[in-house]
Design a protein around this ligand. Sequence first.
Ligand SMILES: [Zn+2]
Ligand SMILES: [Zn+2]
Length: 137
Amino acid sequence: MSESHTGGCRCGQIRYRCEAAPLGASLCHCRDCQYASGGPFSAVAFFPGAALSLTGELRHYAVKGTAGLTVQRHFCPNCGTPIMSTLVEMPDLAIMKIGSLDQPSAVPPGNHVWCDSMVSWLKMDDGLPRLPGNPPL
Ligand SMILES: [Zn+2]
Ligand SMILES: [Zn+2]
């Protein structure tokens, strides 16, 4: 059985489909994800880039991540929904925002990453591993 996940932005201009099971999913507490989400962390799912098909025009903003990789953060230019990130150095990876999935509950995260910048008031008692850097994929 082939697994697939669909999603898009709030205004409907961006739609996408990932024809694969996620390679993993994480709650990322890095500073950049705090800016990009407007919240204390981002929930992201890692998919093989080849599994992603997307319609609509994304815009992106590139930053140097904490690990030194160049992160391109893609969003809908109309409504601003963060859709995905890509890494210039790892072009085969599509890092989708779980909040942009049609069914966010279908992709539960397996760990917390970049926990050194986790906000101090966040209390999450989920028992998931807490890693100082990127997840192993
Ligand atoms: Zn939109
Ligand atoms: Zn992050």
